[in-house]
Design a protein around this ligand. Structure first.
Ligand SMILES: [Zn+2]
Length: 235
């Protein structure tokens, strides 16, 4: 485990060629970067990494713009220590590694239309919680989500797409608009994950997030935020 002091240690950072380009960052900024071998057990540290990464993204100051370089691949070829699980929409504009400014090895990502959860997604989350010891799960919905909008309007599409709509539709019935429907859907899927036995046993924190495509910002939706938004909780 990497302690805070070693985490901030210049020589430790210099040993990692992958971080050579981060030398220009001050110590505060370095403290917000997950190192490949760092096992994070505190969900609040995970959240800090995500929030600081999103801040860099919003401010056009991303540092993980060389996604998938050879140095990065070498640093993670034998193991992975992701610090968070992200469930996001398949929408081509909502890429968690980008809007959280993270690199390979940092976040364990599951994507589906409308950031919906099924049994295989739950199995993937259980793997991350039990075998990778990831302390934080975030369900991230987004602005202008097409499939949530289709569910809100009660659209009929047939095929397997209809099954996705049917999963989202119940959350949207009493919602006034797409924003409320999207956030209700985020909360619903976070609630499903919270009730999972492995998640409970491992003490994993589960929260929601709302990504605004226009601003690039992710708003954290915790239980307090949920109540402020005015839709009922099913947790
Ligand atoms: Zn979407």
């Amino acid at each position: 485990m990497v302690t805070l002091s070693s985490f901030l240690n210049e020589s430790y950072l210099h040993e990692l060629k992958v971080f050579a380009e981060y030398d220009g960052l001050d110590k505060v900024a370095k403290a917000d970067i997950h190192l490949p071998a760092e096992k994070v057990s505190d969900w609040q540290v995970s959240l800090r990494y995500l929030e600081s990464g999103n801040q860099r993204y919003r401010e056009n100051k991303t540092i993980n713009h060389r996604l998938g370089s050879k140095e990065e691949r070498d640093s993670i070829k034998d193991s992975q220590q992701p610090f968070a699980v992200i469930i996001a929409c398949s929408d081509s504009r909502t890429i968690p590694e980008f809007f959280f400014d993270q690199k390979p090895g940092d976040i364990f990502v599951i994507r589906s239309a409308g950031n919906t959860i099924d049994v295989t997604a739950l199995g993937s989350i259980e793997f991350a919680a039990e075998y990778l010891m990831v302390p934080l799960v975030m369900v991230v919905g987004h602005s202008n989500c097409g499939v949530v909008n289709a569910a809100l309007k009660g659209g009929v599409y047939g095929g397997n797409l209809q099954k996705v709509i049917d999963i989202i539709r119940p959350q949207t019935i009493n919602c006034a608009d797409l924003l409320q429907a999207t956030q209700a859907n985020i909360h619903h899927h976070a609630s499903i994950i919270r009730k999972n036995e492995v998640i409970k046993r491992m003490g994993v924190k589960v929260i929601g997030g709302y990504y605004d495509i226009e601003t690039g910002g992710v708003t954290i939706l915790d239980d307090d935020a949920t109540s402020r938004l005015g839709y009922s909780s099913d947790s």
